[in-house]
Design a protein around this ligand. Sequence first.
Ligand SMILES: Cc1ncc(COP(=O)(O)O)c(C=O)c1O
Length: 384
Amino acid sequence: MNFSKYVKSKKLYSLAVCKHKANELKAQGRDIISLYIGDPKEDTFEGSPKAVISYLENNSRVNYPLSRGQGNLLSAVADWAKRTYEIDLDPKTQIISCNGTKEAVFHLPLVFDWSDGSEIFFGSIAYPVYKASAEAFGINYRELPLKAENNFLPDLDSLSPSDWDKCRMFWLNSPHNPTSAIASRQYIEKLLALAEKHDFLICSDECYLEIAYGEKVTSLLEFHNSKNWIVLRSLSKRSRMTGYRSGAVISLNKELIAAFAFIRAPAGLGSPVFVQEAAIAAWSDDEHPNVFRDDYKQKRDIIKAALEAKGFYVFGGEATFYLWFSHEKLPSSKAIFEKFLEKDLVITPGDAFGDDGKGYARLVYCVGEELCKQTASRIMELEI
Ligand SMILES: Cc1ncc(COP(=O)(O)O)c(C=O)c1O
């Protein structure tokens, strides 16, 4: 059979490689601690399972969901956005519910015509789905170098006006997976001015925005006069609901939202109704994301202290539940990865996120407190 070019390339999703390694070592009886996937091991926000149970107990059947999201969920998202960012959104025309933001990231390019050779821009160290969707749909893309000296953010000044004219979508991910880099308000203002001048869409993947320990991280939802952004917000990390599959896609650009709803409808992407009920509970509670954030801060402190005590250079660490680090004496990502394996800790080599991640590694600390402490003490035992 003549499969697509993308299928023929058969790249193993980077985290799958770590999973294989962890499973192989577990099968040998080793006491592995998995620190490679951003899938919280702590309990989900308690209101969400309660809403699911209540829905199922009170409904003798579950019908097809509305793919763009049921009215009361979209209103809950609009209310949350109003409370949080003082933005007025029309739930019917400016918000869509998605089945986790991963699928929304993947499908979003389908709303545009790419036949003129326009491109998708994203950082050279990135959540792998930006590239996977561009490759799967045969769209040109550009990986903008991310370097420590630019705080792991694309250097906006390095591109010429003709470069910007080629851009149709720009993935911004702040706070950033895997580096935890944060784009300042000034940076975002500059990017937005470029987006308006060169007519491209800032696709702001804000799935870690609530997990930030310092100043409030700037969201595109703070810019109430632009139609050149689309924001993706997820309940996966904020409310520890990865397995529920629920997020929200928001834009002031009604035409864009209508186009995305149109593309998504035949793909059958609606979240089950009981999940939408759980999502309403999560968007309606402003307290739990703060509690979860404070919990992650404590865990960050424990692990970061251990890494620094062993001579690792830890970048940022002020947001997300990832630590991104390097070590003078361990010059490659593979060397760091293997060093951690000696203590049965499975982390992610930085180059799994792109070539500019070479020499770094990512450690995920959304695990229970006990495992965090064990991780820290195993780090302290590393012989470097
Ligand atoms: C940067 C980034 N974007 C999007 C996602 C997708 O999250 P979800 O589909 O669970 O909403 C992830 C998940 O790890 C991520 O790291």
